[in-house]
Design a protein. Sequence first.
Length: 431
Amino acid sequence: MRTSWRPLVRLGVVWGCALAWTTNAAVTDRWNVLDYGAVPDGRTDCTAAFQRALDEAGRQGGGVVYAPRGQYRFEGSLQVPPGVTLRGVWESVPAHNGIRDRGLPKPTDDGTTFLVTGGAGSEDGPPFITLNHNSTLKGVVIYYPDQDPELEPRPYPWAIAMRGKNPAVLAVELLNPYQGIDASNNERHLIRDVHGQPLRRGIYVDAIYDIGRIENVHFNPWWSLRPRLRAWQQENGEAFIFGRSDWQYVFNTFCFGYNVGYKFIATRAGVCNGNFLGIGADDCYTAVMVEQSAPYGLLISNGEFVSFNGPDPTMVRVDARHTGTVRFVNCAFWGPCNQIARVSGQGTVGFSDCTFVQWDRNNEGRHALQIESGRVLVRGCEFQAAKPQVSLGEGVQRAVVTGNLMRGRLAIRAPARPGIVVRDNAAEDSP
């Protein structure tokens, strides 16, 4: 039962503060999944019960479908109707690394946990949860109990798909999905306060024609650090993948232990431009991979990137297909990698006010920045190792390398021709 106030209206005029008290037992904006047959015992398939509650909320015009504390098993998929929020008990995203670390909470110890078993064996099936216009998922843990933390992971479809306009994922723990969030074919998605360990892909963004937002998303190996699974994730995992997005905003994000931390690609829909502030990637074979970007630019500021494992650990790779613009500003790069950046293509790549700490780990004479082609700006950066700093290949069209601080001797390799400007760099052996 819901009681509400409504103003008295006569001939289109509201009569001052006069209010009528009304009662309407049919009006509600909150539904409990237990009332629709869900059993939080971790064994009963709750797919149909949840969908009944979600559909009823959708028929009533929207509201909150609430899943109290417990473990809910799902053998199928869920559609969250427009205007409906599916939520659990968590107001802030939890962490459940008790499977990895004894004595810490496990996903079955507390809170609202969704145990997903449907779709095993294929990554192309229906997503576990699909969000639609103005719908939200909040305050739950998504856990795949049949994944083995000792072995290479079994494929599953996306845990969450975001469609329509203004879908949101808030305070959700993606503990161990094969694929996390498919944030494509929507407008103005909001992904905030999401933690966990997606194994193959974390978040995929594409076909976004009006601003998308990703905030405070951290992917750490809380579920498993076992050698076989860890090696597989570092050889195959991609944490953040961006195709077409018109001004994507990404703030305070982090990933650990992937093949690629942040990957920018070209799709049928197009390429990405956006603002990436305070992003990080640790122990990734490649922290940032740019296959393609929009001419308006990828603006990456205050980033922290570390690479030291893999066959050729490199912080930044820019592909030969690249024609857009990428700018790194006030970013820090460290870890005993082979090189900080390897740049190809015909686009523009800039490093401004950045700090480069370690590179050329095997003392092979590698330069921190190996620019093979395209256009490059390197200004106001600090090279903290006494090793070669910048190499400009014959395919470089234009370059400006000025105002940098070098430890040791100046070691910049550059063609002597118009369009290549190298000057005012301060090394320890500078006159």
